[in-house]
Structures are given as structure tokens and as C-alpha cells.
Design a protein around this ligand. Structure first.
Ligand SMILES: *[C@@H]1O[C@H](CO)[C@@H](O)[C@H](O)[C@H]1NC(C)=O
Ligand SMILES: *[C@@H]1O[C@H](CO)[C@@H](O)[C@H](O)[C@H]1NC(C)=O
Ligand SMILES: *[C@@H]1O[C@H](CO)[C@@H](O)[C@H](O)[C@H]1NC(C)=O
Ligand SMILES: *[C@@H]1O[C@H](CO)[C@@H](O)[C@H](O)[C@H]1NC(C)=O
Ligand SMILES: *[C@@H]1O[C@H](CO)[C@@H](O)[C@H](O)[C@H]1NC(C)=O
Ligand SMILES: *[C@@H]1O[C@H](CO)[C@@H](O)[C@H](O)[C@H]1NC(C)=O
Ligand SMILES: *[C@@H]1O[C@H](CO)[C@@H](O)[C@H](O)[C@H]1NC(C)=O
Ligand SMILES: *[C@@H]1O[C@H](CO)[C@@H](O)[C@H](O)[C@H]1NC(C)=O
Ligand SMILES: CC(=O)N[C@H]1CO[C@H](CO)[C@@H](O)[C@@H]1O
Ligand SMILES: [Ca+2]
Ligand SMILES: [Ca+2]
Length: 430
């Protein structure tokens, strides 16, 4: 029997062969440091807090945990706006605290995965400040473009929109140019076309690898590169959305560019060149079902896990049994040929918390999962005490085999925790 599990994070499924390749058959728990455990009573979770509770992860049979960013940051985006990629924010602790965490994790046979946020830094990062001043090589560390002028009025270089709405460009008065930000204006995009920046980010991987981490979860990978021609993206017809909504555009120039896949391969090679056990790469890309191939392609470029958000974004309380069956099958059908492991993310910090899910996937079942090596999946989610802006609802789900018929059942509860009296249960059979 082999199990797969997830947690507040993601979980992987796989074949049963015990293997050095632990991630193929394991259960990864996401720790959101801010809400996990506060060790010094200042009201914010911290690294020593994590260290003090690692036994809980062992109890849960977790193989690895991924820690959301604890790096130095102005915290305008709860740590996804990093002002020093190789230092720890004092609110979370110190590098010494981190070393103790690693030591204890190793003693408990737990793998440690860090968040790697390559797309952008904080606008408070010294690199950005130097880039504004055009100090080499930092002048080229970010994506700067001249304004366009229409009848004497300054406009951004093109129509690209940020994930957080509005133009993806912000004017800087000092440098007299626009900088690109696919997320908020305080998260300027790093320019991977700069070889110095490219090396700098590899050095970040080296820094943490030497401190004992087992892999990296790569944040927002699709946005790493942009097309160098900076052409307008096509407007989708008839979306009915406001014009500053990013979903009005076809992101053919700002997402999943061919250079981005090459970048992942370069990180794979970089990590492989270091001695020791394989360091895994998990790529985060939110995609629509139509874009599955774009996400799957990261497997072929060195990702061990290309996040599958099907359970997070693909279903809701109106999904039918057929939707679930079709969705799951579709994901499996799109996996590239080769020795890759599927994965099923049940939750993350951008979404509401699952509280409990159990999944069994049985050999020989009619869905044909067996051919993908999936024998048994088991998944447990514990509801953390959470404190973040998105945790307004919790969901519970159970996917189980009916004892006599072998039919797989999935039950999900969508509960609006802040609105009493709201609850719906969906039970599906397939
Ligand atoms: C962890 O694994 C052990 C041994 O397989 C099992 O007895 C135990 O029930 C598991 N715990 C959980 C929380 O799944
Ligand atoms: C990051 O912080 C470390 C430790 O304080 C410091 O040595 C290093 O120069 C900083 N990096 C940058 C790019 O500022
Ligand atoms: C940007 O504008 C500056 C100042 O007007 C000009 O010197 C420079 O050539 C322009 N760069 C490009 C790429 O057009
Ligand atoms: C620019 O000015 C001309 C002449 O006033 C006008 O016909 C044209 O519509 C203006 N273009 C834009 C984009 O506002
Ligand atoms: C890997 O180990 C070999 C032999 O111990 C050593 O020569 C080499 O420098 C190491 N490489 C790295 C990147 O640490
Ligand atoms: C997606 O990949 C599948 C096989 O993996 C292939 O059959 C299909 O043509 C691809 N679709 C697109 C739109 O590229
Ligand atoms: C696939 O990976 C598994 C787990 O590491 C390994 O046992 C198996 O031999 C691999 N199969 C092939 C065909 O490489
Ligand atoms: C489904 O969820 C939506 C949005 O959360 C909610 O408005 C709606 O009432 C729910 N429907 C049912 C049948 O529970
Ligand atoms: C799932 C996830 O980590 N999403 C992150 C994507 O990147 C933006 C900007 O860094 C973050 O705000 C999200 O949390
Ligand atoms: Ca604290
Ligand atoms: Ca980018």
C-alpha cells in the first residue's frame, strides 16, 4: 500500500515502489509561517514556532513541508515582496533559527522546501533602488521601457495588465521610464534577460541549498519572462469585464514564454550540479483547463511537480459528478509521457482552507488511473487556525471508495464560516 497525501498544501500521488525519489509518493504540507506557531508571544508565527511543532507533521505522516516566504520583506504582500532573497525577516527569526529548523527536520526525516519567488522583488529591494539610479549592472535587473506619447500625453508602453488589475506598468519619475510589474506596483518584475540578474537568482538557490533545503516551490513561474517585442496583447471579445481586468487579455506575451521553460531547465541543471540528493522543483502556475499543456510542459523542463490546482480552482458546489470525473481524467490525460508523478493540490494560501479530505484511489478501478501508477491515495487536511485575508470559507471533502461496489465517491462541503446557516454538501459518484 502506498499513500499520497497532502495538506494545507499539496500532495502527490504515485506508484508504490519505495524510492530515493521520495516526492513521488508523499505528502507535502504547506506551512504559512505567519499563522503556524508563534514562539515569542508577539502574535506572529515564526521559525522557532515551526521548529517546536515539527513532531506534529511526523504524526501526520508528512514527508516534507514547504514554507511560504519568511525572507526579508516590507510585507506588503505578506512576504511575496522580497527585499533580500538570502536573509530572513526579523519578524520570523534569524538564519541561526533556520539552521536549527533544518537540523531538527533532518533528525525527524522531514524534507524542507522553500518558496522561491523569482518573478519580482519588492520595490524596497536595494537592487530596485539602484536600478532606478541606473547603476550597472542593476540598471538592467528590472524591465524598464520608455513611455509612449499620444498627442503629448504620456502612456504606458503597451496594454499589458497586472494580475492585480490595471496597467502592468508604473511610471518612475527619477528614471523617467515605466517599470513592469505583473503583480502589484510594489513588486517590480525582475529581468531574466540580464545575465547578472540570472546568475544572482541562481546564487539564491545555491545559498539555501547549502543551508540544507531539499527543494524549491517556484512562485508565479508563468510570468517569469515576457516577450521582448513588448507588443499589445489581444483583447478577448465580449468578456463583459471592465477594461482593467487582466482576464480581458489573451496573455500570449506575458505568460509561459519559451524562455521561461528554458529558465526552469537552467535551474534544474544548476541544482543537479550541486552535490547531494536531488533538490526538487515545484512550479506554481494557475491555468485554465484549456492551458493544461502549458503547465504540464514544466515537467519536461525539469520540474518534479507542476502544481495541479484542479481541486482548488476546478470545482465548486455546482460541479456535477461528471465534472469531477472529467476534470481528473483530463489532468491525467494531459500528463506528458515519461516517468512523471501526478500531484493534487488541495489548498494553498491564495485560497480558502480545506479542512479534511480523504482520497483513496484503488488499483484496477475503471477510471484507468492504474496506468498512471496511482494505487492508493490518502489525503488528510487539517484546518489550521488561519489568519490571512483570504480565509473566509473552509471546505471539507471526502473522496472514498464505496465498500461494496468499488465506486469512488467524493463529498465536499463548502462552508461559509462567517455566515451562519450556510452549508452545502455535494456528493458525487463515479
Ligand atoms: C501514519 O502512518 C502510520 C503507519 O502507516 C499509521 O498507523 C497512521 O495511522 C498514519 N497516521 C495518519 C494520521 O495517517
Ligand atoms: C542580504 O542580507 C545579507 C545579510 O544581512 C547581506 O549580507 C546581503 O548583502 C544582503 N543582500 C543584498 C542584495 O542586499
Ligand atoms: C528612451 O528615451 C530616452 C530619452 O528620451 C532616449 O534617449 C532613448 O533612446 C529611448 N530608448 C528607447 C529604447 O527608445
Ligand atoms: C490626437 O489629436 C488629434 C487632433 O486634435 C485628434 O484628431 C485625435 O483624435 C487625437 N488622438 C487621440 C488618441 O486622442
Ligand atoms: C562536489 O563534490 C566533488 C567531490 O567531492 C567536489 O570536487 C566538487 O567541488 C563538489 N561540487 C560542488 C558544487 O560542491
Ligand atoms: C495537449 O497535449 C495533448 C497530449 O499531451 C495533445 O494531444 C494535444 O494536442 C495538446 N493540445 C494543444 C492545444 O496543444
Ligand atoms: C520511474 O521512477 C520510479 C521511482 O523513482 C523508478 O522506480 C522507476 O524505475 C522509474 N521508471 C523508469 C522507466 O525510469
Ligand atoms: C454555491 O456557492 C455560491 C458561491 O459561494 C453560493 O452563492 C451559492 O449559494 C452556493 N449554492 C448552493 C446550492 O449552495
Ligand atoms: C499561490 C501563490 O503563491 N500565489 C502567489 C503568486 O504570486 C503573487 C505575487 O508574488 C503572490 O501574491 C501570490 O500569493
Ligand atoms: Ca513571533
Ligand atoms: Ca516577469
Amino acid at each position: 500500500m502506498c499513500k499520497i497525501t497532502i495538506f494545507l498544501g499539496l500532495f502527490l500521488t504515485a506508484g508504490c515502489a519505495p524510492s530515493e525519489e521520495w516526492w513521488r509518493d508523499s505528502f507535502i504540507y504547506q506551512i504559512y509561517p505567519r499563522s503556524f506557531k508563534d514562539s515569542n508571544g508577539d502574535g506572529v508565527g515564526d521559525i522557532n514556532g515551526i521548529t517546536s511543532k515539527l513532531e506534529h507533521l511526523v504524526d501526520l505522516n508528512v514527508s516534507a513541508f514547504w514554507i511560504s516566504p519568511f525572507f526579508k520583506s516590507p510585507m506588503s504582500d505578506f512576504g511575496y515582496d522580497i527585499s533580500n532573497f538570502t536573509d530572513i525577516d526579523p519578524i520570523f527569526g534569524t538564519l541561526d533559527d533556520f539552521s536549527k529548523l533544518i537540523t531538527k527536520a533532518k533528525s525527524l526525516n522531514l524534507k524542507v522546501i522553500l518558496d522561491f519567488v523569482p518573478n519580482h522583488s519588492s520595490n524596497k529591494h536595494p537592487w530596485f533602488q539602484k536600478s532606478i539610479q541606473k547603476i550597472p549592472p542593476y540598471d538592467n535587473y528590472y524591465v524598464w521601457r520608455n513611455a509612449t506619447f499620444v498627442n503629448g500625453t504620456r502612456h504606458p508602453p503597451n496594454n499589458w495588465l497586472s494580475v492585480t488589475r490595471g496597467s502592468a506598468w508604473t511610471w518612475n519619475d527619477v528614471r523617467q521610464q515605466y517599470y513592469l510589474h505583473q503583480f502589484s506596483y510594489f513588486q517590480p518584475d525582475l529581468n531574466f534577460r540580464s545575465s547578472a540578474l540570472n546568475q544572482e537568482m541562481k546564487d539564491v538557490l545555491t545559498f539555501w541549498t547549502k543551508r540544507g533545503v531539499d527543494g524549491f516551490r517556484v512562485d508565479a513561474i508563468p510570468q517569469a519572462f515576457e516577450d521582448a517585442r513588448f507588443l499589445d496583447e489581444p483583447v478577448k471579445p465580449n468578456t463583459g469585464l471592465p477594461p482593467d481586468d487582466p482576464n480581458t487579455l489573451e496573455h500570449i506575451y506575458t505568460k509561459n514564454q519559451k524562455e521561461t521553460y528554458e529558465l526552469v531547465r537552467s535551474w534544474r541543471n544548476h541544482l543537479d550540479a550541486m552535490n547531494g540528493t536531488r533538490k526538487i522543483i515545484l512550479t506554481e502556475s494557475y491555468i485554465t483547463l484549456d492551458e493544461l499543456n502549458q503547465s504540464m510542459k514544466y515537467y519536461e523542463y525539469g520540474a518534479d511537480i507542476a502544481f495541479n490546482f484542479m481541486f482548488v480552482t476546478g470545482f465548486n458546489n455546482r460541479s456535477t459528478p461528471t465534472d469531477f470525473k472529467d476534470g481528473i481524467e483530463k489532468w491525467l490525460a494531459h500528463m506528458p509521457r515519461g516517468n512523471y508523478s501526478s500531484n493534487w493540490v488541495v489548498d494553498n494560501h491564495d485560497n480558502n482552507r480545506f479542512s479534511q479530505v480523504s482520497v483513496w484511489c484503488i488499483t484496477g478501478m475503471k477510471l484507468g488511473w492504474k496506468t498512471r501508477g496511482c494505487r492508493i491515495m490518502r489525503l488528510l487536511i487539517r484546518l489550521d487556525a488561519v489568519q490571512d485575508q483570504l480565509a473566509t470559507t473552509s471546505r471539507r471533502g471526502i473522496l472514498r471508495e464505496h465498500p461494496s461496489s468499488g465506486i469512488i465517491q467524493l463529498a465536499l462541503d463548502f462552508q461559509q464560516t462567517k455566515q451562519l446557516g450556510y452549508e452545502s454538501t455535494l456528493t458525487t459518484r463515479f
